[in-house]
Write a protein that binds this ligand. Structure first.
Ligand SMILES: [Zn+2]
Length: 193
């Protein structure tokens, strides 16, 4: 049974031993296979508040106590769904490149959406989505907003002409000064902050 109550998904999960994590990983992969076209699942989505998640885009991947240890400044916008919210499809902002460490993997794992293979983008987004679940964060907290983000209460953020911004078009993104970015907006590029 996959939990669909948002309140129950807002708690942080606790660290787990590799042995217990592997058992949970097997259950998660099983649930994922039973699901309709799911590509990732976190333990708290099946009621286990432990830091284990699985991703199955290119191959089944179990992550025990995963941590994002590096992330690119470049972000991109991607359409996302979640097995806990089957009726919602939203656009989120995610890091283009991430490096992950997990207790059941010796080396570091790198994921990048900057690739010709769209599955790389799916995998990169999915890993960020599932690790977020373990911190009680859902995709709605990463939702892309067309307007620049508001800082403070009701204070629209003013962007300086020389301030660096990120703009995205599909899975491409660029970081450049706002004055330069302005001329590209509308040409399929959107401001991601
Ligand atoms: Zn999810």
């Amino acid at each position: 049974m996959i939990i669909k109550d948002k309140n129950k998904l807002q708690e942080k999960c606790s660290p787990v031993s590799v042995k217990e994590g592997e058992e949970i990983g097997v259950r998660l992969l099983h649930e994922l296979r039973e699901s309709n076209n799911g590509i990732g699942l976190a333990a708290n989505q099946i009621g286990i508040n432990k830091r284990v998640c699985v991703v199955n885009v290119k191959e089944p991947l179990v992550l025990i106590n995963p941590k994002i240890v590096e992330k690119s400044k470049e972000q991109f916008i991607f359409p996302e769904g979640c097995l806990s919210f089957p009726d919602s499809k939203i656009k989120t902002t995610r890091h283009q490149d991430i490096v992950v460490e997990a207790d059941n993997h010796e080396g570091r794992l790198s994921f990048s959406a900057n690739s010709k293979d769209i599955n790389d983008a799916f995998e990169c987004v999915c890993v960020q989505h599932e690790i977020d679940h373990l911190d009680g964060i859902t995709m709605f907290d990463r939702e892309f907003r067309q307007e620049p983000l508001v800082r403070g209460v009701n204070a629209p953020k003013k962007i300086g002409r020389n301030e660096k911004v990120t703009i995205t078009k599909g899975t491409e993104s660029k970081v450049l000064k706002y004055k330069k970015a302005q001329s590209m907006l509308g040409d399929g590029w959107t401001l991601s902050i």
